[in-house]
Design a protein. Structure first.
Length: 389
């Protein structure tokens, strides 16, 4: 490898990374412009934090004439959080950290008599206190407040009172802006994550069906797809927690204005798609066992696998229809009469195949019986008439 190649390759990787980031920024900007979504929420939240900081600076620096109007806008911009409830909790923790930092800085300066000694005495203790779980991620503001207090040379009771008053002013402004100016309501995230989970479940079933039909058993690929499905389920649970928290301490009239047009999917849907995810995980594990030559269970024959692949494909179609319904706010997700009839015929053929395998030994019967059970479970969870069938 020449030196020129060694130089060019890192540069090409850097250019590729820059292009990737530029494209990601462009996609996010287009998404924020096109309509409501996560990207637009981030833009609104950023602008709200900027407005809170500007207003706090005007109040503290212009109207109150404070030449060091730093604490109020600093606290205000930090407290415009993703939910009103989290803003309130962060305000309490940050206010406590600022009070402790200003107080310890003043005491340390009085004890040591010089700024360097006060920094050496107060900052290590405050950094230890920053790890106290009661402070959450706001504990670091105790140490930074102490450094600001000592850097300005203002210590003592009046300095502590000034810092605390500035922090209280910023907290009031930040909380007010977040609570009354387009309060963050995250109900739409639940619908989007639930739709993505349903669509991705259909994608996994289609992938498995195609591999079974082609005879290319990509066990590692199935495992990775199942793991991605688990991560998607965790994202749905996180979105559900955020949606509950975003409704706390939010005024009812503002809550009504900020709600998305459609109702939030019920929590029973989360439980149902959690079961679907579990069935898909069990299905891929069963196929992985059947693909392992060192284990006793063997895979069914090709004819039965083709029928099973087609059944998975039809169930995957229904999962994707669920995802589209959630995004488009439709109602009917039942397969058409032809697809449902085909699903019943395939199930009958698989049951006949199971009886044939039972006469040939337990090895093939174990795998086919487990696969058929997982398909039945998926059918009953995703197809409205599956339980009756």
């Amino acid at each position: 490898m020449t030196r020129v190649t060694e130089v060019v390759r890192p540069q090409s990787r850097s250019v590729h990374a820059l292009r990737h980031e530029a494209h990601a920024i462009g996609r996010a900007a287009r998404a924020a412009w096109d309509g409501p979504g996560r990207e637009r929420d981030l833009v609104v939240q950023s602008l709200k934090a900027s407005v809170a900081a500007l207003f706090a600076w005007l109040v503290a620096g212009v109207w109150m004439g404070d030449p060091m109007a730093l604490m109020a806008p600093w606290v205000a911009v930090v407290l415009v959080q993703a939910t009103v409830f989290s803003s309130l909790m962060q305000a309490a923790r940050q206010f406590a950290a600022i009070c402790v930092g200003a107080l310890l800085a003043s005491v340390a300066l009085a004890v040591t008599g010089n700024t360097l000694g006060a920094v050496a005495l107060s900052v290590p203790l405050l950094m230890l206190l920053a790890n106290w779980p009661r402070f959450g991620d706001q504990g670091i503001y105790g140490a930074t407040t102490a450094l600001f207090t000592l850097a300005t040379g203002a210590a003592g009771a009046s300095a502590v009172g000034h810092r605390v008053g500035q922090a209280a002013l910023g907290a009031v402004i930040g909380l007010s802006v977040n609570a009354f100016v387009l309060p963050p309501i995250h109900l739409r995230d639940v619908r989007e994550n639930l739709a993505a989970l349903a669509g991705e479940a259909g994608d996994v079933l289609h992938t498995v069906a195609g591999d079974l039909r082609d005879g290319a058993w990509d066990v590692q690929g199935w495992s990775r797809a199942s793991a991605r499905l688990e991560h998607r389920l965790e994202a749905l649970r996180s979105a559900r927690r955020w949606s509950r928290e975003s409704l706390r301490l939010t005024a009812a009239p503002l809550r009504a204005v900020r709600r998305p047009p459609g109702p939030t999917p019920p929590e029973q849907d989360d439980e149902r798609w959690s079961r679907v995810t579990g069935h898909i995980r069990a299905l891929t594990r069963t196929l992985a066992v059947a693909a392992d030559d060192d284990r006793a269970p063997v895979a069914p024959d090709g004819t039965v696998l083709d029928a099973y692949a087609r059944l998975l494909e039809l169930i995957g179609d229904t999962c994707q229809a669920h995802g589209r319904r959630l995004l488009e706010d439709g109602e009917d997700v039942s397969p058409d009469d032809g697809a449902e009839t085909e699903m019943r015929e395939l199930r009958g053929r698989l049951q006949d195949g199971l009886r044939e395998h039972a006469g040939q030994g337990a090895a093939g019967t174990t795998v086919l019986g487990t696969l058929l059970l997982q398909a039945e479970n998926l059918w009953s969870e995703t197809v409205p008439t599956g339980r009756k069938g």
